[in-house]
Design a protein around this ligand. Sequence first.
Ligand code: COA
Length: 262
Amino acid sequence: MVATSEFIQCDIRAQVLVITINRPEKLNALNKQTIEELHEALVEAEHQNDIRAVIITGAGRKAFVAGADISEFANFSVAEGTQLSAQGHFKIFSFIENYSKPIIAAVNGFALGGGLELAMACHMRVISETARVGLPEVSLGLIPGYGGTQRLAQLLGKGKAFEMILTAEMITAQEAFDWGLANYMTSPDALLDKCFEITAKIGTKSPTALRTAIKVINAGYNPQLNGFEVEIEEFGKSFGTKDFREGVDAFLEKRKADFRGE
Ligand code: COA
């Protein structure tokens, strides 16, 4: 059980926490309170062993998240702008990327600015064919500040990242899918089912191994680390886990593994 708050609705289904950003009258724009509440929900869910994965989506059909809340930062100073970005990385974007359970973004509508950055911080993205996505910050005299300059280039390569960020143009769901920004594209009605299809596969796997795989894949994108060295170390450590013992025993005994995440 994870508490629902003013702007963050939490539902658990089939051992998956579905977080719905619930501010539809502002197209689910990320104000400070929403960021705090999202962070708190994720912290609460992290140590609940019965939650095996997380899906993040937006309330209503129009928007996933239409960006950071522009009205909140309209009069910010340089110091406040820096703080906004740093806090965002710490509480949401890097936090999600390094989360110990798989997180899927169910992009149900506009994912703009911080909205696309939120989707990109997640481990996978499923997009509705009616969604449109983009990083329009240069239209406001800004640049993406929640990881967009880095993660878009990682996901699409530099050429497309330059094009999307410098033109500020939205792209269609079809383009997002074709370019590799989304893992799958579905009809609006099938969006959550597709996410649950993925989480159903994840749910039978070792939570310990999933946590480690997320850590090691991310290590390869951290300039301070050598991903291959981290892989060697973490691969070795896996042999000391109860999940490894259970996984191998189950295979040899021709039964389904019952992983406890230990
Ligand atoms: N921050 C704050 N409020 C936002 C917002 C944001 N990022 N995006 C939308 N809203 C608010 C609008 O101000 C409006 O509120 P109001 O009814 O109180 O005036 C409400 O959400 C509905 O948006 P609206 O612009 O009327 O809808 P639309 O269908 O005409 O346009 C968009 C939809 C997504 C194209 C448009 O809202 C938009 O361009 N939003 C900003 C996107 C952006 O630049 N994001 C990056 C921020 S760094």
